[in-house]
Design a protein around this ligand. Structure first.
Ligand code: PBG
Length: 329
């Protein structure tokens, strides 16, 4: 009868459980996505994302101050612009006085210590709602990468600490890295969305930014020619290794929960920090179920973010960041 193993000994009470707990969530784990719109005094709730908002610049400044006071020190910016400013090449994306460029400055003015990351992709600026330039029904790769590099440079010039290309064009990381180096932005980091899947979980986000692919002949209705097929596993490693070789400082898996196998694969194979994006649809599902009383919001939220970290995430981009930090403080 020796040795006698009883695994439940380590679960006897909360004190011993907390002593042996492997994964601890803290404010330092989070990157907070924020949506910005033009206007003044705007704090506009996104219908498919309860308790999540689009902020005008003044309200954005209030928000980042609150985040900072809660210990949330990194944000990821997205902007929603007027349809009139959209075109196929995303010209507005490189306007030095565009909404993104002003948002970066507004955050830094309000909260100089805040780490600012910015989304780099054409979709919120594209009249077709695609991440790159559309021609004859296809999304051009190299031409899009060039524009994306210009966009990254423009964000760096406005003061972004990291640019976060979410577009999935091939070769865009090296394109952007070289341009940033050439222009002297040696310390501007790149967080690459490396394994970004063509997912139906992005729906609420596209509502928030009005950025869905438009329904028009010769415009692809989905992003499957650039975002990854969710049936694929090994391809994620290939994509990620290439991005690292091209100069990515941080890599990302997106969405979160359905892709934790991929997160663990990458964690075991690569040696740069891994971010995981718990996306809008994941947020919406829990909000909806808990509104109906079908799930315990806080308990499920903690289980989910802990699972993401346990799987191997060093950074969690999540709309729950504020809820989590308030809960654990
Ligand atoms: C844009 C972008 C998307 C998301 C982040 N950046 C949408 C998309 O690729 O269609 C999704 C984030 C979310 O759903 O929370 N390239």
């Amino acid at each position: 009868m020796y040795p006698i193993k009883r695994n439940r000994r380590l679960r006897t009470n909360e004190v011993i459980r907390s002593l042996v707990r492997e994964t601890i969530i803290s404010p330092n784990d989070f990157l907070v996505p924020l949506f910005v719109v033009e206007g003044k005094g705007v704090k506009d709730e996104i219908p498919s994302m309860p308790n999540y908002y689009r902020f005008s610049l003044d309200m954005l400044q209030k928000e980042v101050k609150e985040l900072w006071s809660l210990g949330l020190k990194s944000v990821l910016l997205f902007v929603k612009i007027d349809d009139k400013l959209k075109d196929n090449k995303g010209t507005e994306a490189v306007n030095p006085n565009g909404l993104m460029q002003r948002s970066i400055k507004a955050v830094k003015d309000a909260c100089p210590g805040m780490l600012v990351m910015t989304d780099v992709a054409l979709d919120p600026f594209s009249c077709y709602g695609h991440d790159g330039i559309v021609q004859d029904g296809i999304i051009l790769n190299d031409e899009s990468s060039e524009v994306l590099a210009e966009m990254a440079l423009s964000h760096a010039q406005a003061g972004a600490d990291f640019v976060a290309p979410s577009d999935m064009m091939d070769g865009r990381i090296v394109e952007m890295r070289e341009l940033l180096e050439d222009e002297g932005f040696l310390n501007t980091g790149i967080m690459s969305y490396s394994a970004k899947y063509a997912s139906a979980f992005y729906g609420p986000f596209r509502d928030a930014l009005d950025s869905a692919p438009v329904d028009q002949v010769d415009v692809p209705k989905d992003k499957k020619t650039y975002q990854m097929d969710y049936a694929n596993r090994f391809e994620a490693l290939r994509e990620t290794e290439m991005d690292i070789e091209e100069g990515a400082d941080i890599v990302m898996v997106k969405p979160g929960l359905c892709y934790l196998d991929i997160v663990r694969d990458l964690k075991n194979e690569v040696d740069v920090p891994i971010a995981v994006y718990q996306v809008s649809g994941e947020y919406a599902m829990l909000k909806a179920a808990s509104e109906r009383g079908w799930l315990d919001h806080d308990a499920v939220m903690m289980e989910q973010v802990t699972a993401i970290k346990r799987a191997g995430a060093d950074i969690i981009a999540s709309y729950f960041a504020k809820d989590v930090v308030k809960l654990i403080s």
